[in-house]
Design a binder for this molecule. Structure first.
Ligand code: SF4
Length: 337
């Protein structure tokens, strides 16, 4: 039962009407124990569904479990999550009630600076496995924002990600602008998102303003030029009223030069968005270098002066295997706690 749709069919087959269905989805995605509301549930569930509920709960609980927790000094917590078939993904509880979740085991985009991209795609996550990550996190602390920025490219698992977003933005009690779809940019995303009932905010991984360099850094991203990407993203931002989060992993000597700063000003001046600069996290086996914090701060100040709203960020929990996929890669050998 890795898909929400399968769960819904199961509930209906057991006699659930729309109200029962919504209530059960709400309890699950908010990590509220179904039996703690026993009196209420017994009041309103048909007997056939009541009889099925323990089995359904057990199946939902079996979708995913936390095998290890890695607290960061910044208040984040990286969670290694095991799925029913033994595959693992990462979720990260962020400061200020945020949660970053994974949408695939592995990833096919193959970004040169990413550990997840190294192993290629292993399998897609079902929509229920994404919501299960939220439920697991909510059992630990409140979650008011969910970003699809963990392992995987959400555009490559679009139907399942949008199904999870729809549930989280309705029964899951998360404001639509607090659901963030993160992508390297894909025409299907720009076509589908505006038509959805729950329209998430958009984060676009830009990383460079040069089309040829982008093809090298993100070898299997769709061939859209940086200009076309920004154009499409900006149209979505203006349609939804949510600013785009342009993501930029700063790589020393690769995309931190004056030519790139000029390119950023040319591309992003007057756009409705914010540029998040994240200095690359050193990873064994990946040759890119992290620029000094002073250089990164100077870049952010320069862009600010030139009219680009820029935020310099650390990736969350970077003292505990910061970049996405590092924890999984490292802990494939770790004994669960
Ligand atoms: Fe995939 Fe994101 Fe890693 Fe690129 S950075 S390989 S899109 S997981």
């Amino acid at each position: 039962m890795t898909r929400i749709e399968t769960l819904v069919q199961r509930l209906r087959a057991a006699g659930a009407g729309p109200t029962h269905e919504r209530r059960i989805l709400r309890l699950w995605s908010n990590a509220l124990a179904m039996d703690s509301g026993k009196r209420r549930i017994e009041d309103f569930l048909p007997a056939s569904l009541r009889a099925e509920l323990p089995a359904i709960e057990a199946e939902l609980a079996a979708l995913a479990r936390i095998v290890s927790v890695h607290p960061g000094s910044d208040g984040s917590e990286r969670l290694l999550v095991q799925l029913a078939d033994g595959q693992t993904v990462e979720s990260v509880l962020l400061p200020r009630d945020g949660l970053c979740i994974s949408s695939q085991v592995g990833c096919a985009v193959g970004c040169q600076f990413c550990m997840t991209g190294r192993g290629g795609l292993v399998r897609q996550l079902g929509s229920a496995e994404m919501v299960a990550q939220v439920a697991l996190a909510r059992a630990r602390r409140p979650v008011k924002k969910v970003v699809f920025m963990g392992m995987g490219e959400p555009a490559h698992n679009l139907d399942a990600v949008l199904e999870a977003i729809d549930l989280l933005g309705t029964a899951g009690n998360i404001g639509h602008k607090n659901l963030v779809f993160s992508t390297v940019g894909d025409p299907r995303v720009f076509e589908r998102l505006p038509r959805e009932r729950v329209k998430p905010a958009l984060a676009l991984s830009l990383h460079t303003t040069k089309a040829d360099l982008r093809e090298t850094l993100l070898p299997r991203a769709p061939r859209m030029t940086p200009e076309a990407l920004v154009e499409a993203a900006d149209a979505y931002a203006r349609a939804t009223g949510y600013p785009i989060q342009y993501q930029w992993t700063l790589l020393e000597g690769v995309n931190d030069g004056e030519d790139e700063l000029d390119g950023i000003v040319r591309l992003l001046a007057g756009r409705y968005g914010v540029l998040n600069m994240i200095p690359f996290n050193r990873v064994d086996g990946i040759a890119f270098r992290r620029p000094s914090w002073e250089r990164a701060a100077e870049i952010a100040r320069t862009l600010h002066r030139r009219g680009i709203l820029t935020k310099l960020r650390q990736s969350a929990g970077q003292d505990v295997e910061g970049g996405c996929g590092q924890l999984r890669a490292r802990t494939l050998r770790i004994v669960p706690v």
